[in-house]
Every structure is written in structure tokens, then in C-alpha cells.
Design a protein around this ligand. Structure first.
Ligand SMILES: Cc1ncc(C[n+]2csc(CCO)c2C)c(N)n1
Length: 230
């Protein structure tokens, strides 16, 4: 078992608290199929189309993080992420889908599946009903989880896997830097709202639950992708 990247203390604790759910997400059959190239192409395209819709709602959730920001660091990271999502990350999807004859209009109009809808609305609800830390607990399995998955696949992927471009996006230094920045912003956001001894606060268990639920919803998203190949 290799070590996972260090994205800070809160992430480390949430990841541990999510128990078995974490590996069911980060080592899902879909991920292993990206790694060794055995993932059926139909499953990948099905995932990418749904993921485009996911990113639309996910950028709305990061826009909510702008609203809930209380420091300049929080504001910069949240607004920068909205921009990165809308103007860059979604282009990965548009580019790969275009190679397979799927246009951006088709992506924008794709019908959202339940597993997809459940996940993003869960995240938005966490933010609407809570503060930035509640929202970040629901956002982190996505951001830092993909950082961890990308970092591992960058080291372990089979040469010639057709999913190298996807892997490089998340394994690359640029995204790994984002993960470290987001992880340290998260630690400061938690300390500012709950205090340095946050683990012993009554809020902490609730935050762990949120993180675990979002982790399970991520695994459900891979399941949905796999089902696209049936
Ligand atoms: C289901 C699903 N989960 C996570 C990501 C990855 N991701 C989405 S937003 C974001 C942070 C801003 O770049 C990252 C890493 C995805 N694409 N699809």
C-alpha cells in the first residue's frame, strides 16, 4: 500500500473517518479500468457526458462557496475554482467528446441521471444550510479524491492506456498544487470557525458524516459510469 498525498490535517481525518467508503471510491473498478486501460470506451463516454452536467452544478456549488467565504484566501480559491471549472476543466470533456462526435450542445442538453442529480444537490444543500466548512466537507471528496486518484494513477497506470489524458489532468503538478492549496485553505477555514481543537467539537462528527456521504455519492457516480457500458 503506497502513501497518499498530503493535502492537510482535516482531509486526513475525514478520509480516515470515512472508513471502507474511501477505498470503495478511490479504488473503484472504474478507476482501476482507467489505470490499466480495460475500462470499456462506452462506460468512459457515458461518464464524461454525465460529468459535464455534474461540473455545471459543481461550479454553482463553488459559486456558493464564494458567497460563504469570510477571508480573502477563501474568496480567491473559491472564485478561482469557479473560473477553472467553467473555462478549463469542462474543456477536457468537450475535447474528448468532440473526438467521438458528441457536440457541446449535446453535452449541455444531456439528461441528468439520478446518481448525478443526487450528488450535486446534496452538495448544494450542505452549503445552503451551513457555513463554508459544511460546504467544503461535501466538496472535498471530489476535489482531493481526484487529486489522490490522479496522483496514484500517474505512478501506476499501464503504459498505453487510452485514458492517459484524463490521468494527466489530475496527476499533473498544476492540479496537485491546487489540491495542496485547497487543503491548507480547508485547515484554516476549519480552525477559524471551530478552533484549533476542532476534533473535539460537537460539529466534527457531523462534518465527518457529510464527507462520508459525499464519498459514497462519488462511488455511486463511478457505478453509474460502469452501467453505461451495459
Ligand atoms: C463526479 C466527479 N467528481 C470529481 C470530479 C473532479 N473535479 C470536479 S470539480 C474539481 C475541482 C475544481 O477543479 C474536480 C477536481 C469530477 N470531474 N467528477
Amino acid at each position: 500500500m503506497t502513501a497518499h498525498p498530503d493535502y492537510g490535517r482535516a482531509y486526513q481525518l475525514w478520509r480516515q473517518a470515512s472508513g471502507k467508503a474511501w477505498d470503495l471510491y478511490a479504488r473503484h473498478a472504474f478507476v482501476e479500468g482507467l489505470k490499466d486501460g480495460t475500462l470499456p470506451k462506452e462506460a468512459f463516454l457515458h461518464y464524461l457526458i454525465q460529468d459535464y452536467v455534474f461540473l455545471i452544478h459543481f461550479s454553482r456549488a463553488w459559486a456558493l462557496a464564494v458567497v460563504k467565504s469570510e477571508s480573502l484566501e477563501e474568496l480567491k480559491i473559491a472564485s478561482g475554482t469557479v473560473n477553472a471549472l467553467v473555462n478549463f476543466e469542462m474543456q477536457l470533456h468537450v475535447g474528448i467528446c468532440a473526438e467521438h462526435g458528441i457536440s457541446e450542445e449535446q453535452l449541455f442538453e444531456a439528461e441528468e441521471e439520478f446518481a448525478n442529480l443526487a450528488y450535486t444537490r446534496y452538495v448544494l444543500d450542505a452549503g445552503q444550510n451551513g457555513d463554508l466548512v459544511d460546504l467544503l466537507a461535501a466538496l472535498m471528496p471530489c476535489v482531493l479524491g481526484y487529486g489522490e486518484i490522479g496522483e496514484r494513477l500517474g505512478r501506476e497506470a499501464t503504459e498505453g492506456t487510452p485514458y492517459q489524458q484524463w490521468i494527466d489532468t489530475y496527476a499533473g503538478e498544476e492540479f496537485q498544487d491546487v489540491c495542496r492549496d485547497v487543503g491548507s485553505m480547508l485547515d484554516r477555514a476549519v480552525a477559524a470557525r471551530i478552533g484549533d481543537d476542532f476534533e473535539s467539537s460537537p460539529r466534527w462528527a457531523k462534518l465527518c458524516e457529510r464527507f462520508t456521504m459525499a464519498t459514497k455519492l462519488e462511488a455511486g457516480f463511478w457505478d453509474m459510469g460502469m452501467a453505461g457500458a451495459d
